[in-house]
Design a protein around this ligand. Structure first.
Ligand code: GDP
Length: 198
């Protein structure tokens, strides 16, 4: 199979403290987004075989960093989803500590795939998270999920607006419309990750 095809992946561990992340020297790529944005679906879509990302949504795993080893060379890190309407403050605090700790301190992290539902506005939590990565000058890409839900012109407008908002200019590579239904953007997301980890 061509190198740009799907990633061979295996679940490794869930950790509740960012300092317990795997400490070998393999690089890592993180995935983040609001709950229900389509994060598990995207991860499953770009990996081979069974639906590996299901583990993230099982009870008790929702506030953990979930590590998958990819091709024995690097990690995918599935960050806990956020943005539930009725989250107790202590859960939000735990999320913040875990995710901020990982994104700002982990030395193996190479970049972030931030998922935004193409029908929704950027939310304060999305920006908070993005800021942690930008402050470290880590590369990131925005995957606009569920792009099959918009018409071509609506999607084009949304991508342009997103580019302007985040990058202040048009930069097609940094906002990727994605759909697990049509497979749109799948190749681009895979390629972005491959470019990142070499
Ligand atoms: P997560 O909470 O971010 O992991 O979200 P999931 O991957 O579990 O997806 C949440 C819901 O969105 C599910 O009902 C999915 O079937 C649906 N979904 C995910 N990706 C897509 C997509 O590309 N297009 C459409 N139409 N629905 C999607």
């Amino acid at each position: 199979m061509a190198r740009s095809a799907l990633f061979a992946a295996r679940f490794v561990s869930s950790v509740f403290d960012h300092r317990k992340a795997p400490s070998d020297n393999r690089p890592a790529v993180a995935f983040a987004g609001r709950s229900n944005v389509g994060k598990s679906t995207l991860i499953n879509c770009i990996t081979e075989g069974k639906k590996i990302a299901k583990v993230s949504s099982t009870p008790g795993k929702t506030q953990s960093l979930n590590f998958f080893i990819i091709e024995d060379r690097f990690y995918f890190v599935d960050l806990p989803g956020y943005g539930f309407a009725k989250v107790p403050p202590e859960v939000k605090k735990t999320w913040g500590k875990l995710v901020e700790g990982y994104l700002t301190e982990d030395t193996h992290l190479r970049g972030l795939v931030l998922l935004i539902d193409c029908r929704r506005e950027f939310q304060p939590d999305d920006l908070t998270l993005l800021k942690w990565v930008v402050d470290r000058q880590l590369p990131f890409v925005i995957a606009m999920t569920k792009s099959d839900k918009l018409s071509t012109s609506q999607l084009q407008r949304t991508v342009l607006e997103m580019n302007k908002k985040i990058f202040g200019a048009q930069s097609e590579e940094s906002v990727i419309p994605f759909s697990a239904v049509t497979n749109r953007g799948k190749k681009e997301v895979v390629q972005w990750i491959r470019n990142l980890v070499g």
